[in-house]
Design a protein around this ligand. Sequence first.
Ligand SMILES: [Zn+2]
Length: 498
Amino acid sequence: MRLASGGVQHETNTFSTTPTTLADFIRYSQLGSHLNGGNAIIERYAGTGSIHGGYIDGAQAAGIELLPLLTATACPSGIIAQQAFDTMLGWFLERLEKVLPVDGVLLDLHGAMVTESYQDAEGEFIDAVRNLVGQDVPIVVTLDLHANITERMADLADVIIGYDTYPHVDMNERGREAIELLARIVRNEVVPIQAFRKLPLITMPPMQCTLREPMQSLMQQVHQLEAGPDILTATVAMGFPFADIHQAGVSVLVTANGDQELANTKADELAGMVWNLREDLQPQLSKIEDVMEFVNQHPGEGLTIFADGSDNPGGGAPCDGTVALQAMIDANFKGGLVGTLFDSETARQAHAAGVGNTIQVRLGGKTDDRHGSPVQGEALVKTLCDGVFTYRGPMFQGVEDSLGRTATLVVGGVEVVVSSERRQCLDKEMLRVTGVKLSEYRLLVLKSAVHFRADFRDVASRIFDADTPGIHRPDFSAYNYKQLRRPIYPLDQDVSWS
Ligand SMILES: [Zn+2]
């Protein structure tokens, strides 16, 4: 059996002022040059906590010939230049054409990608692949839990499989599920029939977390459903609310073996379960001033984490926001650390000065005017490093990545890890490589909404979801949606679903 695989992955924040270009995808791939396909992809991802890791491991276990053609990823940011998308899709189609005929295709996509011309870029991608391979070659697509799935994607793919976890710690498992199911389809052991339901519901990251209720219990019900007779797979995609597109928000997919009625019934049941949880999916946010006071009132109780999701680069935010940092400096707070703030200019300045020296900084707040102003003043260079690290936590485990040249600075009594690449701090290794010892701090500001919980929860005595401004702020009143379909809960209160 010969299966082709690949895709372009991007989570597009349409509220971002930073457009995403081909250069962003190329820069992201330079560690593994996996844009080239073939062995570069296998070397980078085999055995790792990634979707392609799961495809590759599954292929090896089952003796399947896997032909990885492309994995193009860029850090989440603004709308993708049309030419960049067209170029990468062109690469994939060209390579796919060269290896035809294949028995099936695995597409590793995100599901919330927006380009200048396409609100539903994944729909376009799957459509182009379908046109090339024809109706008889099965296509199985894996999507992120944050996918804004459209009817078109569901119609074009034989099966869509979404992640069941947020933090996304099941990527390898979902990749394996996808290749194993595709192999069964190719061998005519099963006939997948999907039912798709789009709910009039949009939700925010903090409460989409599957380590917390109500999502934890919901996912247990999804797994129970999947264990039922003739159900091949089920997905609840919570959607990406920072893409202002018509189809943003929650959707449900159930795939049955040859039985449309069963798929329909179970999809309705699952959609109903999610709909009933809608009021419990609204986050509670805390101000940095209140969290500093909490830490001061609870001395010796370990590390408190302020999850500054409003500035989460993993959802397209700048990662150079200064609101929490400035507040800690103003309050003369001791024992505070800001984990990876993106400012390549300041990192370069620190590397030029050297460890132990003092520099005058204009730190952060440079991308736009929605995440605080630059912090001005003297900074002591505490440590320097090249920023190369390997994910050791449960997410992306084994994948090598880089923060670029990185410096730890002391500014106004607060320590800040300053990176040259925009990366969500979701793995303790990203701080450890800079020389940071977490036991030395009382309050850690992480520019991450939820993903950090997978690796940091064992060192966090308390976690607060931040009430800070930004383009990833989990608060619908902060956005002026223009494309989103209405009515939709909770933007509109008079919404019904049956
Ligand atoms: Zn996601």
